[in-house]
Design a protein around this ligand. Structure first.
Ligand SMILES: Cc1ncc(COP(=O)(O)O)c(C=O)c1O
Length: 305
């Protein structure tokens, strides 16, 4: 399985492939940038017996989104390879036409852009993938997709007791999405992310991702000189009750990450930016109070959602 490695979660997918008996063929990618179609093509040329390409659409650990999925999907179809996508931190927050992009298996989690409590993994399987699954040796009972399909089709049930309260929560979360409309929801994510990026740049902080690969759901910001993300996150949490994340893996201690997903609105964005400004000023960062908020407000005024 060809897998671009560009952060903690794509590396975790590589490990998962290995654990399930696959042979990962990693493509080393610049972590600040997404994988490009040429890199996937090259890997497929070099490994004609590869069976699949697996890509993490949105690398949550770096705030980088791969923008080549449509092209990679076409190539996978042409070359008869399965196309597997981890859309965990992006489905519901950015464009993802699974069938149009020829994605054979797409996975997401309930807790990210769907804004449901954590605990559910949602998966789609293409006709082509079902053919492959049918031929595979059976794995564990609890991860038997064919059994799930059979129960669903015959009885509208799961083969084992599901977390029913989460199913109700998901039902409600999906109803909220339908009420808002998916297009509008994606637009809201984009505008909120643009506002956050604009504020971060106005505050003269450095974004981790290169511009064309910046995620609309996670914003990764490098620590300013001599200020640690641990201090920033602690003050934000304790003083303002705003929770942001730190860096992961080899990026631990180098950055902080701001989630811009789910039910996020102008209110959360402006509140977070203002609290970040006050936190940074209290830590001695040279910043004119209000520049971040003002930059974000410009975006919201120009592009209401
Ligand atoms: C891109 C990506 N893949 C995989 C995972 C792992 O998901 P979970 O923590 O639900 O196992 C995450 C979690 O944040 C993620 O962001």
């Amino acid at each position: 399985v060809i897998i671009p490695i560009q952060g903690v979660f794509s590396d975790r997918l590589r490990i998962a492939i290995e654990r399930y008996g696959g042979i990962p063929i990693p493509i080393e990618v610049d972590w600040r940038r997404g994988v490009v179609t040429e890199q996937v093509k090259e890997a497929l040329d070099k490994n004609p017996d590869a069976k699949a390409v697996a890509i993490v659409y949105n690398e949550t650990s770096t705030g980088v989104t791969n923008r080549c999925l449509e092209e990679v999907g076409k190539i996978c179809k042409e070359r008869d390879k399965l196309f597997l996508v981890d859309a965990i931190s992006i489905l519901g927050g950015d464009y993802l036409p699974v069938d149009k992009w020829n994605i054979d298996i797409c996975v997401t989690g309930s807790q990210k852009c769907l804004a449901c409590p954590p605990g559910l993994a949602l998966i789609s399987v293409s006709k082509r993938a079902w053919e492959v699954i049918k031929e595979n040796k059976k794995g564990t009972y609890y991860f038997d997709l064919e059994l799930c399909k059979d129960f669903l089709e015959r009885k509208m049930e799961t083969p084992f007791t599901p977390v029913l309260p989460l199913f109700y929560a998901l039902d409600e979360a999906l109803q909220i999405i339908r009420e808002e409309g998916l297009e509008k929801r994606i637009k809201r994510h984009k505008i909120c992310a643009d506002a956050m990026y604009s504020a971060i740049e106005a505050m003269k902080l450095k974004l981790f991702a290169d511009k064309e690969f910046r995620s609309n759901t996670v914003v990764a910001v490098e620590n300013p000189q001599n200020i640690s993300d641990a201090d920033i996150r602690r003050i934000m949490r304790e003083k303002y009750r705003v929770l942001i994340a730190g860096g992961m893996g080899k990026l631990h201690g180098t950055m902080f990450r701001i989630g811009v997903m789910g039910i996020v609105t102008e209110r959360e964005i402006l509140t977070t930016i203002r609290c970040l400004e006050k936190t940074l000023i209290s830590l001695g960062y040279d910043l004119k109070s209000g520049v971040g908020v003002s930059a974000a407000m410009n975006i919201f005024e120009r592009e209401p959602y």
